[in-house]
Write a protein that binds this ligand. Structure first.
Ligand code: HEC
Ligand code: HEC
Ligand code: HEC
Ligand code: HEC
Ligand code: HEC
Ligand code: HEC
Ligand code: HEC
Ligand code: HEC
Length: 499
C-alpha cells in the first residue's frame, strides 16, 4: 500500500502536479529555504519525519485547495495554515475514512450546548462559535471554553472578513474546519513529525483521556499493563509498520494496541476508535453499541437477579429496576438545537456527514458491526498474549459490573433524585445553573459512575472500587440526605405558613 502511494506520488511529481515540490531531490524548496530561518523548529521536525524521506514537502500539504476559505496568498503561493483531514485524504484515504466513521469525528458537536453567548450578543453566522444556549446560566465562560472543553473536543473554526482564522490555534479531536471537514490528525500525530511511534504511546491519548470523568490514562497507569510499560516501554520497538507490529515488539498493550492497532497481524489496524467497543460506557446508563439502542428505540434490560437484589436493598417495587433508557447523548441533536448553522454546514447530502439524526449515524464503517463482532476484535488483541479462558473470564466479570452500575444508578435516581424534582422541592440556590442535588446526580453517572465502569474494563481496581462504586454510594447517600432535608423544610414552612 505504502509502495503504491510512493509510486503514485512519484508519478504525480513527474507529471508536474506538484511543480513547486519536485520531490525530495529539489534542495531549493520555496518554503524550506525561508522557513529554515523563520520557523527552524518546524523544518527540523519535518526533516525527522517519514514525509521528508518520501518527498512530501511543505507545499504538498499546505497548498490551499481552490475552494478552501482558509487559503491565503503567501509570498506568491496560495497556502493554508489548516491542513485538515481533507488534505491528508489524497494520500491516506483509508485512515481519514476510518477516523470519520468514529465518535472522535463528532466530538466537536458535543460541547455546542455548554456555553452561552456573551450577554447581549446577537448570534450571527459569523460570530457563532460555541453555541446559543440562552437558558443555561453558567459561570463557565466562552473564553474559558476555548482552553477547556474545546481544547480537547475542538472549536468551530471560521475565517474572518480579514482572512484571519477565528478560534485557531486549536487541535481538538473533532474540530469543525472551514473546509467542511471535521477533526485534526495532529491531535495524536503531532506536526511535523507525524509519527506512528508517538501515537502508539499512551501519553498521546492521555492528553485528553484523563481526569475525574474519563480517567483512562490513570486507570492504565494503575493497571499491570501500564506498570509493565513504565518499567520496560523504553526498550520496545515502536516504529514497526502497522500490521506487522505485535507481541514480539512490546511486552504489554498500550491504548492504541487495544483500540486501534492491527496487532500481531490478527486483525486490521483501524483509525475508528469505536470499532472494537461492545458497550457505551460514558452515557448516563450503559447499553450495547447496537442500532436499536444507539437510536434510542429500545430500552436495555438489567440482569433480573441483580435488578431484584437492588430493588430489595433500596425498597423499590419489583420491576422498577428492570430497564434503562438508551440513545443519548446524540451529537447531531445537540448541534441542531444549539447551533443550527454549524449543523447545516457539516451535515446533509454532499456534506462531511451525509446523514445525522441519531447517535447511530455517528458510528459508521466497522463500528456498525454487531457488538459481539466488535468484542471479538478486541479479544484478538488480548489473545496474542493471554489464553482465551483468561480473556473471556475477565470480560465476563466486567460485564456484570455494568448490570450492577445500571441498577444502582437507576435506584439512586428513582428513589432520591426524581422525587426532588417531582415534588418541586429543589433549593433556589443554584450555582452554574445547577442545585447541589443536580450536581450530585450529574457526578453519580458522569464522574464516579464512569470510573466504576471504565475501571472494570481496563484493569483499574482502584477506579472500579474506591473512585467508582464507593463514591457512587457516598454521592447517593448525600442525595438521600437532601431529599429528607428538603421534605422536612417544606413541612416546617407549611406549618409556619411561610412561602
Ligand atoms: C520569504 C520567506 C517565506 C517564504 C518563501 C514562505 N514563508 Fe511561510 N511564513 C514566513 C513568515 C515570515 C511567516 C510568519 C511567521 C511568524 O508569524 O512568526 C510565515 C508563516 C507561514 C505560515 C503560518 C501562517 C499563520 O497564519 O500562522 C504557514 C502555514 C506558512 N508560512 C507556510 C508556508 C509555505 C507552505 C510556504 C511555501 C509555499 C511558505 N510558507 C513560504 C515566511 C515565508
Ligand atoms: C504532512 C503534511 C504537512 C507537511 C509536509 C507540512 N505541514 Fe505544516 N502543518 C501541517 C498540519 C496538519 C498543521 C496543523 C495546522 C492545523 O490544522 O491546525 C501544520 C501547521 C503548520 C504551521 C502553522 C502552525 C504552527 O505550528 O505554527 C506552519 C507555519 C507550518 N505548518 C509550516 C510548515 C513548513 C515550513 C513545512 C515544511 C518544512 C510544513 N509545514 C510541512 C501539515 C503539514
Ligand atoms: C502527498 C501525499 C501525502 C500527504 C498529503 C500526506 N502524507 Fe502522510 N505519508 C505519505 C507517505 C507516502 C507515507 C509513507 C511513508 C513510509 O511509510 O515510508 C506517509 C506516512 C505517514 C505516517 C506514518 C509515519 C510513520 O511513522 O510511519 C503518518 C502518521 C502520516 N503520513 C500522517 C499524515 C497526515 C496526518 C497527513 C495530513 C496532515 C499526511 N500524512 C499527509 C504521504 C502523504
Ligand atoms: C481533557 C479533555 C476534555 C475536556 C476539557 C472536556 N472533555 Fe468532554 N470528553 C473528553 C473525552 C476524552 C471524552 C470521552 C469519554 C469516554 O468515552 O470515556 C469526552 C466525552 C464527552 C461527552 C460524551 C460524548 C459521548 O459520546 O457520549 C460530552 C457530551 C462531552 N465530553 C462534553 C464536554 C463539555 C461540554 C466539556 C466542557 C464543559 C468537556 N466535554 C470537556 C475530553 C474532554
Ligand atoms: C485531543 C483529544 C483526544 C485525543 C488526543 C484522543 N482522544 Fe479519544 N476521545 C476524545 C473525545 C473528546 C472523545 C469523545 C468523543 C465523542 O464521544 O464524540 C473520545 C472518545 C474516545 C473513545 C470512545 C469512542 C466511542 O465510540 O465511545 C475511544 C475508545 C478513544 N477516544 C480512544 C482514544 C485513543 C486510543 C487515543 C490515543 C491513540 C485517543 N482516544 C486520543 C478526545 C481525544
Ligand atoms: C486517536 C489518535 C490518532 C488520530 C486522531 C490519528 N491517528 Fe493516525 N495513527 C494512530 C496510531 C496509534 C497509528 C498506528 C496504528 C497501529 O499501530 O497499527 C496511526 C497510524 C497512522 C498511519 C500509518 C499507517 C500505515 O499503514 O503506515 C497514517 C498514514 C496515519 N496514521 C494517518 C492519520 C491521518 C490522516 C489522521 C487524521 C484523519 C490520523 N492518522 C489521525 C493514531 C491516530
Ligand atoms: C488491554 C486493552 C486496553 C487498553 C490498554 C486500554 N483500553 Fe480502553 N478499553 C478496553 C476495553 C476492553 C474497553 C471496553 C470495551 C467495550 O465496550 O466492550 C475499553 C473502553 C475504553 C473507553 C470507553 C469507551 C466508551 O464506551 O465510552 C475509552 C474512552 C477507552 N477505553 C480509552 C482508552 C485509553 C485512552 C487508553 C489508554 C490510556 C486505553 N483505553 C487503554 C481495552 C483497553
Ligand atoms: C502485548 C501483550 C498483552 C496484551 C495484548 C494484553 N495483555 Fe494483559 N497482560 C500482559 C502481561 C505481560 C500481563 C502481566 C502478567 C503477570 O502478571 O505476570 C498482563 C496482565 C493482565 C491482567 C492481570 C491484571 C492484574 O492486575 O493482575 C489482566 C486481567 C489482563 N492482562 C487482561 C487483558 C485483556 C482483557 C487484554 C485485551 C483487551 C489484554 N490483557 C491484552 C500482556 C498483554
Amino acid at each position: 500500500m505504502k509502495k503504491i502511494l510512493i509510486i503514485i506520488l512519484g508519478l504525480l511529481v513527474v507529471a508536474g502536479f506538484y511543480p513547486k515540490v519536485a520531490g525530495a531531490q529539489n534542495p531549493t524548496d520555496p518554503c524550506i529555504s525561508c522557513h529554515d530561518t523563520v520557523t527552524p523548529g518546524i523544518v527540523k521536525q519535518w526533516q525527522e519525519s517519514k514525509h521528508s524521506k518520501v518527498g512530501v514537502k511543505c507545499y504538498v500539504c499546505h497548498r490551499a485547495k481552490d475552494d478552501d476559505p482558509a487559503g491565503f496568498n503567501h509570498n506568491g503561493y496560495r497556502v493554508t495554515a489548516l491542513v485538515t483531514p481533507k488534505y491528508c485524504q489524497s494520500c491516506h484515504a483509508k485512515e481519514v475514512e476510518e477516523f470519520k466513521n468514529s465518535l472522535h469525528a463528532v466530538a466537536g458537536f458535543f460541547p455546542l450546548s455548554a456555553y452561552g453567548v456573551r450577554s447581549g450578543e446577537k448570534v450571527t453566522k459569523d460570530n457563532i462559535t460555541i453555541g446559543m444556549n440562552y437558558n443555561y446560566k453558567t459561570n463557565f465562560s466562552r473564553e474559558g471554553a476555548e482552553q477547556g472543553c474545546l481544547h480537547c473536543h475542538g472549536t468551530v473554526i471560521k475565517v474572518g472578513k480579514d482572512g484571519k482564522l477565528i478560534n485557531w490555534p486549536n487541535n481538538g479531536i473533532g474540530r469543525l474546519n472551514p473546509d467542511g471537514s471535521t477533526g485534526s490528525c495532529t491531535a495524536c500525530h503531532t506536526r511535523h513529525r507525524f509519527s506512528i511511534a508517538e501515537a502508539r504511546k499512551p501519553e498521546a491519548c492521555g492528553q485528553c483521556h484523563l481526569g475525574p470523568d474519563h480517567p483512562q490514562i490513570e486507570i492504565y497507569t494503575e493497571s499491570k499493563h501500564g506498570a509493565i510499560y513504565a518499567a520496560d516501554g523504553e526498550n520496545w520497538n515502536w516504529d514497526v509498520p502497522p500490521g506487522q507490529w505485535g507481541p514480539k515488539d512490546i511486552g504489554a498493550p498500550t491504548c492504541a494496541t487495544c483500540h486501534m492497532s492491527g496487532f500481531g497481524g490478527a486483525l486490521q489496524p483501524t483509525h475508528n476508535v469505536s470499532a472494537r467497543l461492545k458497550w457505551e460506557l460514558e452515557p448516563v446508563f450503559s447499553w450495547p453499541t447496537e442500532k436499536k439502542y444507539l437510536e434510542g428505540k429500545a430500552k436495555f434490560s438489567i440482569d433480573p437477579d441483580i435488578a431484584r437484589r437492588y430493588e430489595k436493598l433500596y425498597g423499590l417495587p419489583k420491576g422498577s429496576l428492570s430497564k434503562v433508557g438508551t440513545g443519548k447523548p446524540n451529537p447531531f441533536a445537540i448541534a441542531k438545537k444549539f447551533a443550527p448553522e454549524v449543523y447545516k454546514a457539516y451535515v446533509g447530502p454532499g456534506k462531511w456527514f451525509e446523514k445525522g439524526d441519531t447517535r447511530y449515524d455517528a458510528l459508521r464503517g466497522a463500528a456498525r458491526r454487531s457488538p459481539e463482532a466488535k468484542r471479538a476484535d478486541m479479544e484478538k488483541v488480548c489473545t496474542q498474549c493471554h489464553s482465551t479462558t483468561w480473556v473471556k473470564g475477565e470480560f465476563a466479570k466486567a460485564e456484570k459490573v455494568i448490570d450492577a452500575y445500571n441498577a444502582v444508578a437507576l435506584a439512586i435516581k428513582k428513589k432520591f433524585y426524581d422525587p426532588i424534582k417531582k415534588e418541586k422541592l429543589d433549593v433556589d440556590i443554584k450555582f452554574n445553573g445547577k442545585s447541589r442535588p443536580d450536581s450530585l446526580w450529574h457526578e453519580v453517572w458522569h464522574h464516579q459512575g464512569r470510573r466504576w465502569r471504565m475501571g472494570a474494563f481496563m484493569q483499574g481496581p482502584d477506579y472500579e472500587h474506591w473512585h467508582g462504586a464507593y463514591e457512587v454510594s457516598t454521592a447517593g447517600a448525600e442525595l438521600a440526605n437532601w431529599l429528607d432535608d428538603l421534605r422536612t423544610r417544606k413541612a416546617v414552612k407549611q406549618k409556619l405558613n411561610l412561602k
